[in-house]
Design a protein around this ligand. Structure first.
Ligand SMILES: [Zn+2]
Length: 437
């Protein structure tokens, strides 16, 4: 891999700062290469297009694409998998023997789906390399990788950047080792963190007499993902002098990371064509407004998702960022399937998160919104409390009710359960934030 000079702020300056018209030309070029491939080789895409009476010949422009090409979603993949006995849900577009890895999604919102992958076969190394270079990671640096289901191929990307991955499981029990090896190898970046791990690091440092600020002193960037980091965990990390960067997937097609400007998460538009649509799926929302994210890969010929409805509610802007990059940015808000309308007000888990965390006994921010359906008369919450509070819960329920009312205007019904009972529901880096009962 050709690396830029170490003082370059960008990994690939020409691509990262290209004018918007050039981004759009490039997207159309890549899209028109991808669509015939997906149609020919990915059976689930072929089936959706045939049902809609569309072929790749009908698409000459991005407008044609938006008007004619049908959506696919996770249910379509699961249905295809179950009806046809195809473990990849009709998405694998190469002979299975040519795969080099099989991943799975985390399964937070249903049974995990398999993700076929082929590494080392070319493609665009843009994701991760551009982002971590921008955060200040350079060849020769150590990078702490704290991973769950997608561990293998990810460290290859960091090796490609000339860095040395130091591997951990995404598990609170690994945090004492993370502290020790951070002091020994002095990594430059950590990928990735979460609230539960922040608290586990604090506990590990307390037990061993370590100073978390010293443990993290070499880190230029600590990336967190999977779910929002509540204000309490964030404050703790910042007390330790950690610069946090949020990271999220983009419709299972690409990924997005914050840059030093911390004003939205960049995704690389030469890896994906991203749309943001109204719930009806037909109307695009204006720049910066809430909508559902729909993503189409522009590089992944192995699992070519086309117009994939992610169920993720986001805001997207295509305005250039202060960091000088011209690619779009997004702000994750929640999942469409998680929204519950109570007394006419839509509530997402993110709307009550900070309130739950602000109560001392519930500092881990573990909770579930009980959602029997899209509408409910009452806002019902199941909220976790730390073991130290067992048997002396006293006013904890009232504190949670008051905090949630202040945040949402709705007085909730609160069921308190031990944190451990909620952690058991996780896979384990995140728990389902919404439960039917
Ligand atoms: Zn930026």
């Amino acid at each position: 891999m050709n690396l830029p000079p170490a003082d370059s702020p960008y990994f690939s300056p020409a691509e990262e700062t290209m004018p918007r018209e050039r981004i759009e030309e490039l997207q159309l070029e890549l899209l028109l290469e991808m669509l015939p491939h997906a149609y020919e080789h990915a059976p689930v895409i072929r089936a959706a297009w045939e049902a809609a009476g569309v072929t790749p010949r009908d698409v000459r422009t991005v407008d044609d694409f938006r008007e004619r090409v049908p959506f696919v979603d996770k249910d379509a993949l699961r249905r295809f998998r179950d009806e046809r006995g195809d473990p990849f849900g009709g998405l694998c577009a190469v002979p299975p023997a040519e795969l080099t890895a099989v991943n799975s999604t985390s399964g937070t919102t249903g049974d995990p789906t398999l993700v076929p992958e082929q590494w080392g076969a070319g493609g665009r190394p843009a994701v991760i390399t551009r982002d971590f270079w921008g955060m200040g990671v350079r060849p020769g640096d150590h990078v702490a990788l704290v991973l769950f289901t997608f561990r293998g191929p990810v460290y290859g990307l960091f090796q490609g950047l000339g860095t040395v991955p130091v591997l951990f499981d995404f598990d609170p029990a690994e945090m004492p080792r993370l502290c020790e090896l951070s002091l020994r190898y002095r990594p430059r970046a950590l990928y990735n963190f979460g609230s539960v791990l922040v608290h586990a690091v604090r506990d590990a440092c307390e037990r061993r007499g370590l100073d978390p600020a010293d443990v993290f002193s070499s880190y230029r960037a600590v990336v967190y993902a999977g779910e929002p980091l509540g204000p309490r965990a964030r404050a703790l990390a910042q007390e330790w002098g950690v610069e946090l960067f949020e990271h999220t997937g983009v419709g299972d097609v690409t990924a997005a990371f914050e840059c030093h400007a911390h004003d939205g998460l960049h995704f690389w538009e030469d890896t994906a064509l991203v749309e943001c649509v109204e719930p009806d799926g037909r109307t695009p929302v204006p720049d910066g407004a809430r909508g559902e994210l729909v993503a189409t890969t522009l590089f992944n010929r192995v699992a070519p998702l086309v117009r994939y409805r992610s169920d993720d509610i986001v805001r997207v802007t295509r305005a250039p960022c202060r960091c000088g990059r011209t690619h779009a940015r997004m702000w994750p808000i929640g999942r469409k399937g998680d929204e519950v309308v109570v007394q006419g007000r839509p509530v997402l888990p993110v709307d009550v998160w900070g309130a739950v965390e602000s109560v001392d006994a519930c500092a881990m921010g573990l909770f579930q919104v009980i959602r029997p359906g899209p509408q409910a008369d009452r806002l019902r919450l199941r909220v976790g409390y730390a073991p130290a509070w067992d048997g002396r819960l006293g006013t904890v329920g009232d504190e949670v009710r008051a905090a949630v009312e202040a945040a949402t205007g709705i007085v909730p019904d609160v069921e308190l359960v031990p944190d451990a009972a909620l952690l058991r529901l996780g896979p384990p880096h995140k728990i389902p934030r919404v439960a039917p009962r």
